[in-house]
Design a protein around this ligand. Structure first.
Ligand code: PLP
Length: 390
């Protein structure tokens, strides 16, 4: 598939067999091993090293991010873990204070074991991040160790938007390795490899597969050596996805463009209507956050850097009780963790003990799906009213 075609075309057309009279979809191999003869050198030995069925999806995700190499993992977490394991013992990891909780907890645990030194920054505060990167890079250089700057933008769940190109450029000039978790923006809205990121990580579980039926991760890069190291890590740690998951994820990603357009349209509509409700004192609604709202602290930056504002909104209710009451009452929304599926999900994030206390107790993360927006709005309004009566 020519790189001159639009992403929306490549996402549908790439990775299909070319041979005459072939199936339109690539084959999925259910095998753990490959036959051989001692006299011949073969590329495939054992499925834990990867199987040919990974190829079309790995290549497609890499292409969508503008990368040369793609690697699937058993989960977003295992892709993250493979990348932070690149730090030598005692290396430095700089992360957003509101990065995805599973990732923060992993980094925290590694720091507690003395494996790395952890630095948390407000990723939206460019000056603060640059100062930290400079200081940590200087310390690391003096100690002869390395640094990874980990960016998430927008962050999960606080939806802070980083100045990704500026942060990447400065990190690069200081010899700092950079990784961007692009799960929230998706490759259709932001492409950090094109601004010099060393690696882009995805939880394929979310928007890419899009139907809440797969757990999978991916690491995309232009660095052949890093790709080979991550591949070796995946093999040694056994973090490959199963063939069925690969089939489902490739099938899901084909419709990413239309799903994301629809979900994003719904999110914009809901964010705007819900923020009007914050003036209604009879409702337990304090705040609405969405990068596409002019009141969002990084609205201008988001408009400049993202090709769309995404499908995640947060609403802050007055407290935990109000949030839980809303989640007891919703009918169209499904109270569940995760995001990026066609169905709208809602979750009070502080139900997880790992979520930091800078995330308000009453904050509900909304993953907006592709249902009728009016139904989504009416259902939430009804749930907010019933929470007010509680
Ligand atoms: C931004 C982000 N990155 C990574 C992950 C981890 O992905 P997975 O659940 O596929 O392991 C998540 C999961 O919620 C996420 O939201």
């Amino acid at each position: 598939m020519a790189m001159t075609h639009h992403r929306r075309t490549r996402i549908v057309a790439a990775g299909r067999p070319h041979e005459p009279n072939s199936p339109v979809n690539p084959a999925v191999d259910f095998t753990s091993t490959f036959t051989y003869r001692p006299s011949v050198e073969y590329p495939q030995v054992y499925a834990r090293e990867g199987i040919p069925s990974f190829g079309p999806l790995e290549q497609l995700l890499a292409e969508l991010e503008g990368g040369a190499h793609g690697l699937l993992f058993s989960s977003g977490q295992s892709a993250i873990s493979a990348m932070i394991s690149q730090l030598p013992l005692g290396g430095h990891l700089i992360i957003p204070r509101h990065a995805y909780m599973g990732f923060s907890s992993m980094a925290q645990q590694m720091a507690e074991k003395g494996m790395l030194t952890l630095h948390r920054v407000d990723i939206a505060d460019t000056e603060q991040v640059l100062t930290t990167v400079r200081e940590v890079a200087a310390d690391a250089q003096a100690a002869g160790t390395t640094v990874i700057l980990w960016i998430e933008s927008p962050t999960n769940p606080m939806l802070e938007v980083a100045d990704v190109p500026v942060l990447l450029a400065e990190a690069k000039s200081l010899g700092v390795t950079t990784a961007v978790d692009n799960t929230f923006a998706t490759p259709l809205r932001q492409n950090p490899l094109q601004h010099g990121a060393d690696v882009v990580i995805h939880s394929v579980t979310k928007f890419l597969s899009g139907h809440s039926d797969v757990i999978m991760g991916a690491a995309l890069t232009n660095d052949a050596e890093l790709h080979a190291t991550l591949r070796a890590h995946r093999n040694l740690h056994g973090t490959i996805p199963g063939p069925m998951e690969v089939f489902l994820a490739l099938r899901g990603v084909r419709t990413l463009a239309v799903r994301l357009d629809a979900a994003e349209r719904n999110a914009g509509y809901l964010a705007s209507r819900l923020s009007d409700l914050t003036n209604d004192e009879t409702l337990p609604l304090v705040d609405v956050s969405y990068p596409g709202l002019p009141g969002h602290p990084q609205f201008d930056r988001a408009a400049r850097l993202l090709r769309g504002f995404g499908a995640i909104i947060t609403i802050e209710t007055t407290n935990r009780r109000a949030a839980d009451a809303v989640l007891e009452a919703v009918e169209v929304w499904t109270p569940a963790t995760s995001l990026g599926g066609v169905e709208s999900l809602a979750e009070r994030r502080r139900r997880h003990p790992g979520e930091p206390d800078t995330v308000p107790e009453g904050l509900i993360r909304l993953s907006v799906g592709i249902e009728d927006p009016e139904d989504l709005y009416t259902d939430l309004l009804r749930a907010l009213r019933s929470a007010a009566d509680n």
